[in-house]
Design a protein around this ligand. Structure first.
Ligand SMILES: *Cc1c(COP(=O)(O)O)cnc(C)c1O
Length: 375
């Protein structure tokens, strides 16, 4: 009798902690010894390293990816009441980040092959109040930035990239976070580069955006007790910066491993009825998530679970169908692609520490689950 392989969990963050425990402990000790716990030298150091990684001029550490979006939008000049165009096929934090800036999110449908914003659908939603576009580099793949940047240039709009799922992704040789007027990153623990808690960053190459973002994260304070903008408290913890700086040198290797595992999945699914993710020409996908599409999602997930493989769904309910955000459903405009995606997507386990054996188990179980049940 064949012994059952242990369950393949969707994600196990403890593996990375185990592998790098000494390094992480060192960063924690260094912070304890520094006696500085908010901003400070370790934050400066991480900001410089991460700006370099993104091939941008500066990075401003903040408390979360959601805050990074809000601060980036305000830093590029978005004002309360302005409209900000983004994609319906995103998770709610993108919308929260836009609304926290006082702006009104305007949803555009996704492209059915890249799952990112469909640039050809942006122009029809522009009004005199449109101020910015927030393309989301979804699942680890950059949105179609050339047409988006051309459109923004033609209409005088700002572009803030949502890079929460795309650390290290590239588009025609450019890094995610270096293409727009500013970018927002999240270092939530499950992201490709994750802290041991909440953390985020604004990235920009515009010195004025950098200056404003630094003010906005710290009560708009220019000199001690002199406030020149109305801001927030959204500073990066010293401890999280020290941990992120310690982990950053591994990011490219982790992304390579993600790409290698993704290539194995995609090759294995080529002859099946599963729709594998498409890497667009000129794009370097970093597979924050490996998302396939199947018609009978719940049955497929149940079969995989019975074969010992956990899966997840990112995301089951589109933003405009969420109870809190129904008002964002655009009257008379279709978001059909995003709705169809929400109904059919399934995320398979994919993270750098997943073993080769586990990947084989997932492939075997997935192929078995796609086949019609044998009589
Ligand atoms: C995670 C995420 C965010 C928000 O980041 P937090 O750090 O959790 O606030 C925003 N946008 C996208 C696309 C995300 O995946």
């Amino acid at each position: 009798m064949r012994t059952r392989a242990p369950r393949v969990r969707f994600l196990d963050l403890s593996r990375q902690v185990e592998e790098h425990r000494e390094l992480l402990q060192g960063a924690i000790d260094e912070t304890l010894d520094s006696g500085r716990f908010v901003l400070g030298e370790q934050v400066d150091r991480f900001e410089q390293a991460f700006a370099g990684y993104c091939r941008a001029r500066s990075c401003i550490g903040v408390a979360s990816g959601t805050d990074a979006l809000t601060i980036a939008l305000r830093a590029v000049g978005v004002q309360p009441g302005d409209e900000v165009v983004t994609v319906a096929n995103t998770c709610v934090p993108t919308i929260v980040g836009i609304e926290n800036a006082g702006a009104v999110p305007v949803l555009v449908d996704a492209d059915p092959s890249s799952y990112t914003i469909d640039p050809s659908r942006i122009e029809e939603v522009l009004t005199l109040r449109t101020r910015a576009i927030v393309p989301v580099h979804f699942y680890g793949q950059c949105a179609g930035m050339d047409p988006i940047l051309a459109l923004a240039g033609a209409h005088g709009l700002k572009v803030v990239e949502d890079c929460a799922q795309s650390h290290g992704a590239e588009y025609n040789g450019r890094r995610a976070g270096s293409m727009g007027d500013a970018a927002a990153f999240s270092f939530y623990p499950t992201k490709n580069l994750g802290a041991l808690g909440d953390a985020g960053a604004v990235v920009t190459s515009d010195p004025e955006v950098d200056r404003r973002a630094r003010l906005l994260r710290n009560y708009g304070e220019a000199e001690r007790f002199h406030h020149v903008l109305r801001g927030w408290n959204s500073r990066l913890d010293t401890l999280q910066a020290a941990l992120l700086a310690a982990k950053l040198p591994f990011l490219d290797g982790w992304n390579e491993r993600r790409r290698e595992l993704a290539a194995r999945y995609t090759a294995a699914f080529a002859a099946s009825s599963v729709v594998a993710p498409l890497e667009i020409d000129g794009s370097r996908h970093v597979y924050h998530l490996y998302v396939v599409r199947v018609d009978d999602r719940e049955a497929f997930r149940a079969r995989l679970a019975s074969l010992g493989v956990d899966t997840a769904v990112h995301y089951p309910v589109p933003v405009h169908h969420q109870e809190a955000y129904r008002a964002l459903a655009p009257p008379g405009r279709s978001l059909a692609v995003s709705e169809r995606l929400a109904a059919t997507v399934v995320s398979l386990p994919l993270y750098p520490e997943l073993t080769d054996g586990e990947v084989e188990s997932v492939i075997e179980a997935a192929l078995e689950s796609f086949q019609p049940a044998r009589a």
